[in-house]
Write a protein that binds this ligand. Structure first.
Ligand SMILES: C[S@@+](CC[C@H](N)C(=O)[O-])C[C@H]1O[C@@H](n2cnc3c(N)ncnc32)[C@H](O)[C@@H]1O
Length: 274
């Protein structure tokens, strides 16, 4: 069961096992590297759109005994995150279902609010950021990181992978998201009047046999087993046969000895003014 997707947007990736498995490999060390130097034990932190919680639990370890809340609109994903936190004995971490648009917390209840790879899926990004700022205390840390699919560099070239990128972005826009979110984060933060804005960028690069095989396989699986492949067909952007051809091309690319995929992820860090 999932909370009602807010304001008529559709989460482009869905919560198929291929997607959640991939997200569960992320760590706080990598995904929140831009925020970690600012965190202190005892801080109360909110992780919005936390997914399976592999980043959230790392944040909880760093700010312990401060309380961490992981929030997501998918209860299946949160069930797995809860089991993981219980198995690790993390008592300062809890998970709640909910939407970033209507956070069930009083004003100024957190010292830090973080969202990793979430704003790219939101239709009303300004509204979401305002709601995160509401639950932050004045001077609290606001930290957001998003990919920018407009920066994809891959090799060797394949017309079906080019087609996949084009169809994926088009579908993403139709779902209400913004695949080129990364480059817009500074504008988003400035527009919200956030103080001390610091923008950094880093690259995810897959260029070993293991990395490219996993990346190609993961996206091929998403295409054939998640809404990522169903929506383009529904919207009339591709046929089922096209989706199969894209998945086969991604698998074949992943096992090519020269395969390389890189794209930029942009992080914005600031403080709530006032
Ligand atoms: C790409 S995943 C990122 C998960 C995790 N932060 C990570 O980086 O591994 C995006 C997550 O945002 C959640 N999400 C999307 N829209 C949301 C909303 N309006 N409110 C709360 N969570 C949302 C999805 O359910 C999904 O788990």
């Amino acid at each position: 069961m999932s909370a009602e997707p807010p304001r008529h947007e559709t989460y482009t990736h869905g919560h198929a096992p291929a997607v959640v498995r991939h997200h569960a490999k992320r760590t706080a060390e990598e995904a929140a590297a831009f925020l970690l130097p600012e965190l202190r034990p005892g801080m109360r932190l909110l992780d919005v759109g936390c997914g399976p919680g592999s980043i959230t639990r790392g944040l909880a370890e760093i700010v312990a005994p401060g309380q961490v809340v992981g929030l997501d609109m998918s209860s299946e994903t949160l069930d797995a995150a809860r089991r993981d936190a219980a198995a690790r004995g993390l008592e300062n971490l809890r998970y709640e279902i909910g939407s970033v648009y209507e956070l069930a917390f009083p004003d100024a209840s957190f010292d830090a609010a973080y969202a990793h790879q979430v704003f790219q899926h939101l239709r009303e990004r300004e509204v979401a950021l305002r709601e995160m700022l509401r639950v932050l205390r004045p001077g609290g840390l606001i930290a957001v990181r998003d990919v920018d699919w407009g920066t994809v560099a891959y090799w060797p070239r394949d017309p079906w992978i080019d087609r996949f990128i084009e169809v994926h972005e088009r579908t993403w826009y139709q779902n209400g998201g913004e695949p080129q979110m990364g480059r817009q984060l500074r504008a988003l933060f400035n527009g919200a009047g956030i103080a001390d804005v610091r923008i950094t960028a880093s690259v995810w690069c897959y260029a070993t046999r293991g990395e490219t095989t996993e990346w190609g396989q993961s996206y091929a699986d998403r295409l054939v087993s998640s809404p990522m492949g169903d929506r383009p067909v529904e919207y009339g952007y591709a046929s089922r046969e096209d989706i199969q051809a894209m998945a086969s091309a991604l698998r074949a690319w992943g096992s090519h000895p020269d395969a390389l995929w890189a794209f930029i992820h942009i992080a914005a860090l600031g403080r709530k003014a006032g």
